[in-house]
Design a protein around this ligand. Structure first.
Ligand code: ASP
Ligand code: MG
Length: 401
């Protein structure tokens, strides 16, 4: 088998931990696998490099930032290759460029455009473990580029796709994806399997484990991800394609997003085009609108409610104030949160939403907004009920069993 291992910052956070990674890689190799390893910078390194740059400039050149930031991952790749050789495993460290990773020109947020895997394949054929510095590639004009924070997950998935690897094992300090946040519900269970689509909807649960963009890419390239801990031998969680005939779980997890604020615009004149104008202006300001509710209008007036990330509240307020003549007023509320019930089984089962609503009603939790998709029900509630709601929903769908 050809396996890509990816180790995050905590897993390579000290020399002892790099030694630990070397023995894990050596073990996988000795079991007869070809192994390509993608590494992050040692934990804290990227932040430290950013702080160095900010000593000289608040707006450093992005090209030079990439030159700087890419060095963190190169250090880890080189050290791991040295440690592997010392353990009797032939290894070679490569930068993103040497591994053939070509990106667009968007410095600090580059997108991978293609991978020429021939250099990696050549070394694999010689029996070597290839250790690639994650988070980086090369632009068309030969400058180093980086892929955005958390981007070494993306490197790993893209490399697994290019090499047609059997799996992409992503190691962190968490041993998989849980049915909900274990800090809120101690009965949360580690999942054996979760589909790409569910994982994307449960982003808040996997946020510490996997970068969302990498899950999107894995879905596109059909790369099987295994989220594992580098500190234990636990099995981990497989993130993959839902297979035909697989008994779809009704509900796989409960996610919580506290970073929500609600905006209500009162007495909006109900004329064609008003929603378009408001939401176009919000989009122009890069404000991410999530749920939207428009009430039935009376006397030519309607109320318009929507949610946005808390950090965008001030920006949204400024945008809406400009509609002075068209609206009666606005209310802002940042003491709300969003709880979501996610599961592919919802597609074929009625009543999943009703169960959630009844469960919250029994706890006297008022649902302020609702949105649904094929595999998700999201509800906006008062933030003070966040934990109670998560525990209530986790139990009503038997996720603790
Ligand atoms: N070192 C980079 C960061 O801290 C990339 C990564 O670790 O995935 O964002
Ligand atoms: Mg990470």
């Amino acid at each position: 088998m050809l396996i890509v291992h990816k180790y995050g910052g905590t897993s390579v956070g000290s020399l002892e931990r790099i030694e630990n990674v070397a023995s894990r890689v050596a073990k996988a190799k000795s079991e007869g696998n070809d192994v390509v390893v993608v590494v992050s910078a040692m934990s804290g390194e990227t932040n430290k490099l950013i702080a160095y740059a900010n000593h000289f400039s608040a707006t450093p050149s992005k090209r030079e930032m990439d030159m700087l930031l890419s060095s963190g991952e190169r250090v880890t790749a080189a050290l791991l290759a040295i440690a592997l050789k010392e353990n009797g495993v032939d290894a070679i460290a490569m930068t993103g460029r040497q591994a053939g990773i070509k990106t667009d020109n968007a410095h600090m947020y580059a997108r991978i455009e293609s991978i020429d895997a021939s250099a990696m394949q050549h070394e694999i054929a010689l029996g070597k473990v290839v250790v690639v510095a994650g988070f980086q590639g090369i632009t068309e004009d030969g400058s180093v580029s980086t892929l955005g924070r958390g981007g070494s997950d993306l490197s790993a998935v893209a490399i697994a796709g290019a090499l047609n690897a059997d799996a992409c094992e992503i190691y962190s300090d968490v041993d998989g994806i849980y049915t909900t946040d274990p800090r809120i519900e101690s009965k949360a269970k580690k999942m054996d399997f979760i589909s790409y689509d569910e994982m994307l909807e449960l982003a808040s649960l996997g946020a510490k484990v996997l970068q969302n963009r990498s899950v999107e890419l894995a879905k596109k390239l059909k790369v099987k991800i295994v989220a594992k801990s580098s500190f234990s031998d636990a099995e981990g969680t497989i993130i993959g394609e839902e297979e035909e005939g697989m008994e779809a779980v009704l509900v796989s997890g409960i996610a919580l997003d506290r970073n929500q604020a609600r905006v209500t615009i009162r007495e909006v004149s109900d004329r064609p085009g008003i929603a378009a104008e408001i939401f176009t202006k919000l989009a122009d300001e890069q404000i991410n609108v999530d749920m939207i509710i428009q009430n039935a209008s009376s006397a030519g007036m309607t109320n318009l409610g929507f949610t946005i990330p808390q950090s965008e509240l001030a920006g949204a307020k400024a945008v809406i104030e400009a509609f002075d003549h068209d609206i009666g007023g606005m209310d802002l509320d940042d003491s709300v949160c969003k709880v979501s019930v996610v599961g592919v089984g919802m597609k074929s089962h009625a009543g999943v939403a009703a169960t959630a609503f009844s469960a919250l009603a029994r706890e006297n939790i008022n649902i302020e907004m609702i949105s649904t998709s094929e595999i998700k029900i999201s509800m906006i509630i008062a933030e003070k009920y966040a934990e109670l709601a998560v525990r209530t929903l986790h139990s009503v769908y038997n996720l603790d069993k």
